[in-house]
Design a protein. Structure first.
Length: 59
């Protein structure tokens, strides 16, 4: 399994918006997932939190 050009699809329930942090790729497009990426998720009430997404391969 190659994680260099994976396409990630993430559902943020109850969150009206999300944005990339730093050099994180847009969600849903092929990207290099050999390192973790961060995304800022803003809830409907305006509260924001930064989430880190990592891909871990179990061999």
């Amino acid at each position: 399994m190659c994680i260099f050009q994976c396409v990630r699809y993430v559902v943020w329930r109850g969150a009206p918006s999300n944005s990339t942090v730093g050099d994180a790729p847009r969600l849903g497009v092929p990207a290099d997932w050999t390192s973790s990426h961060q995304y800022k998720v803003t809830a409907a009430n305006g509260v924001s939190k930064i989430w880190t997404i990592s891909v871990v391969l179990n061999k």
